[in-house]
Design a protein around this ligand. Structure first.
Ligand SMILES: [Zn+2]
Length: 368
């Protein structure tokens, strides 16, 4: 029933609309136009001005005409860089991008799959459950669009997010939470040749703190990493300033707290030891979530995938997505694969077979 040609054509048109994070206005208007064309009314919220974007989240509610409970479907409009002037082309089973850009299948594959399923429902007058759509801005780099969404609008308490770079049939049922630590170590400048004993080297203080940290793979569900260690100066001055940016992730919120505290502790101890000044901030980027493999929603989507002949895998994710924020706000949300591969790289591509399959999955869920 899926119109494969239209699906692919719409996807190609969508990725040609530039929409790097904070520049989602044009793609938002295109999506709104297409929703209206299908005969649906949707609304923009005002999240954009809170996060410095020219676009806004799109919300749409479609009343149902069967007895099933309402369900939320969501994907994000923004892309990572370099995402300007994308030229998509088809190579066998894949849609790829020419030149030096990403493809933008992350996450326009999700958006277009949802829109195609809605078109099929409208064209064929299919019975369907109450459907809520949320297309977010600012997902990349902080999930900021959904964080500023008004959750009181939602009628659903379950959701399906289309934003996983796995094959169709893969269901992400858990994802880590993440914190970021921004630390500034202020030492004391002194001439490195004449009076080094009068100085406090911020570089050495920071280095010792990092050496004492447990980092990288902590355990099966916890990781930590230093992303930035910034201190630039001449060799004849004892370094007065160092800046460190680090992250920790865990699928267990307790462990995440523990790891974050451990890293901050190492910074505090090293600064105390050398009498350097420490200023730091902890950013709670998002919370972890874990949904039972036997959960009703997971079962329903698994069965639909199996019936379509897809291989079902319930997997954990190593990164966050809008699903983290939905789960934190009481919406049980799983994240499903759309066939995008190698997202956030110039090699990004979209498997056409998976893309068609995920559209079938969405249509089946909507009409269940
Ligand atoms: Zn994404």
């Amino acid at each position: 029933m899926i119109n494969k040609e239209r699906l692919i054509e719409t996807f190609m048109e969508y990725v040609k609309v530039d929409s790097e994070t904070k520049n989602e206005k044009a793609i938002g208007e295109r999506i709104m136009h297409d929703l209206n064309y299908i005969g649906l009314s949707a609304e923009f919220d005002d999240a954009g001005k809170k996060i410095g974007s020219n676009g806004n989240n799109i919300y749409c509610f479609i009343p149902g005409n069967n007895d099933s409970e309402p369900l939320l479907f969501s994907a994000h409009m923004d892309t990572v860089t370099p995402g300007i002037g994308i030229e998509p082309y088809i190579d066998g089973n894949y849609i790829k991008s020419k030149g030096n850009t990403i493809l933008g299948g992350d996450d326009k594959s999700g958006i277009v799959a949802i829109l195609e399923a809605l078109r099929i429902i409208k064209e064929n007058n299919l019975k369907h459950r109450p459907i809520e759509i949320m297309f977010s801005i600012g997902e990349e780099g902080g999930l900021n669009g959904v964080k500023n969404f008004d959750f009181s609008k939602l009628k659903s308490n379950k959701g399906v997010i289309l934003d996983s770079s796995n094959g169709t049939g893969h269901i992400v049922t858990s994802a880590p939470g993440q914190t970021r630590i921004f630390a500034k170590i202020t030492g004391k400048a002194s001439h490195a040749g004449g009076s080094p004993e009068d100085g406090i080297s911020a570089i050495m203080v920071g280095a010792e703190a990092i050496t004492n940290m447990k980092l990288l793979r902590i355990d099966e569900e916890t990781t930590a990493n230093i992303g930035t260690f910034n201190a630039v100066g001449p060799t004849n001055i004892v370094s007065p300033l160092a800046e460190i940016v680090a992250e920790a992730r865990s699928r267990c919120n307790e462990k995440l707290k523990e790891q974050t505290n451990h890293m901050v502790d190492c910074l505090i101890k090293s600064c105390e030891k050398y009498k350097a000044k420490l200023e730091y901030e902890i950013e709670e980027c998002y919370h972890s979530y874990a949904i039972d493999d036997n959960d009703e929603l997971v079962e329903m989507v698994s069965n639909i995938c199996k019936n379509l002949g897809l291989e079902v895998k319930k997997i954990p994710s190593g990164g966050g997505s809008d699903a983290n924020v939905y789960n934190k706000n009481g919406i049980k949300a799983i994240n499903i694969g759309t066939g995008m591969e190698f997202p956030h790289t110039l090699e990004e591509r979209l498997s056409i077979n998976d893309f068609v399959d995920v559209t079938k999955v969405v249509l089946e869920i909507m009409t269940k």
